[in-house]
Ligand binder design. Structure first.
Ligand code: GDP
Ligand code: MG
Length: 163
């Protein structure tokens, strides 16, 4: 069975751009419009002799149910349930957002393995850019640039290390 990597994060952090990188495809819709990706997208990738499946989630607005703000819609949580590894994508240019913390709270309940990915770090000092994200309690973040392809192989190696 191929390990399944599920990309999660608030709108516009670069999930679909990273999906394209990880699958070397143009399947995901990348746009400046938050929430354009309406459904889950599946794609295949491979690093060395290790194949993997990638799922791009996105386009789901935060849901308020019973007065509680849920950061992720049902479809996203279903994808997370099927994940061998969740890649939580955050935006290194915007910095840590309240919405990131809400997503982490929800992810913790699922007891999935989580790898924190700080995107959009091209041209930035990664140790400074990633510092504030340690607060999420997910350990050392992996800094990448989905657009430039920086550190993508290292990211995949980390994500697949246990498989
Ligand atoms: P999604 O909503 O999380 O799927 O985000 P998208 O992949 O659609 O990207 C949202 C915006 O961020 C687009 O304008 C992308 O071009 C931009 N973006 C994605 N990755 C990077 C990156 O590594 N660096 C920079 N500077 N912008 C990026
Ligand atoms: Mg998207």
């Amino acid at each position: 069975m191929k390990p399944t990597l599920v990309l999660v994060g608030r709108p516009n952090v670069g999930k679909s751009t990273l999906f394209n990188r990880l699958t070397r495809s143009r399947d995901a819709i990348v746009a400046d419009i938050p929430g354009l990706t309406r459904d889950r997208h599946y794609g295949h990738g491979r690093v060395g002799d290790k194949p993997y499946l990638v799922v791009d989630t996105g386009g789901f607005e935060p849901v308020v149910k019973d007065g509680i703000l849920h950061a992720m819609a049902k479809q996203t949580l279903q994808a997370v349930d099927e994940a061998d590894m969740v890649l939580l994508i955050v935006d290194g240019r915007q910095g840590l957002a309240a919405h990131d913390k809400i997503i982490v709270e929800q992810l913790r309940k699922t007891e999935r393995k989580i790898l924190l990915v700080v995107n959009k770090t091209e041209g930035m000092a990664t140790s400074i850019t990633t510092a504030e994200f340690y607060e999420l309690g997910l350990g050392a973040p992996c800094a990448v640039s989905a657009i430039h392809g920086d550190n993508i192989n290292e990211l995949v190696e980390l994500a697949l290390a246990d498989f």
